[in-house]
Design a protein around this ligand. Structure first.
Ligand SMILES: [Zn+2]
Length: 110
């Protein structure tokens, strides 16, 4: 493993863009979110800089604000997870991050 490889997938570069949007693991996560929440992100082919995330609320006008909070929580957890792995802890599973992000969003809005 080269020093600049992603700690999660061991392939991509360890960059902000990769960790938050481009990593295959992160893409897998958002596909799962689409399935579970029955939503669809608009720009599925534009992972770079998360432009597609900004369009998400269009599909869910009523809970757009909650969805944005959920997305922000998810990004924070991706970062946290990368740090965990970097320092020798085991990576969280996709559903673990999903549940954590969801709980944090509910806490924030109550
Ligand atoms: Zn990666």
């Amino acid at each position: 493993m080269k020093t600049n490889d992603c700690y999660i997938c061991k392939k991509g570069k360890d960059s902000q863009n990769h960790i938050l949007f481009e990593c295959i693991w992160v893409q897998e996560y958002w596909k799962e979110v689409e399935k579970k929440m029955n939503i669809q992100f608009k720009h599925q082919n534009e992972w770079r800089e998360g432009k597609w995330l900004l369009e998400a609320e269009m599909y869910d006008k009523n809970s757009g604000e909650s969805l944005n909070a959920f997305i922000a929580n998810s990004l924070w957890l991706f970062w946290k997870n990368m740090c965990r792995v970097k320092y020798g802890e085991r990576s969280w599973r996709i559903h673990t991050i999903y549940n954590k992000a969801l709980n944090d969003t509910i806490d924030y809005h109550c």
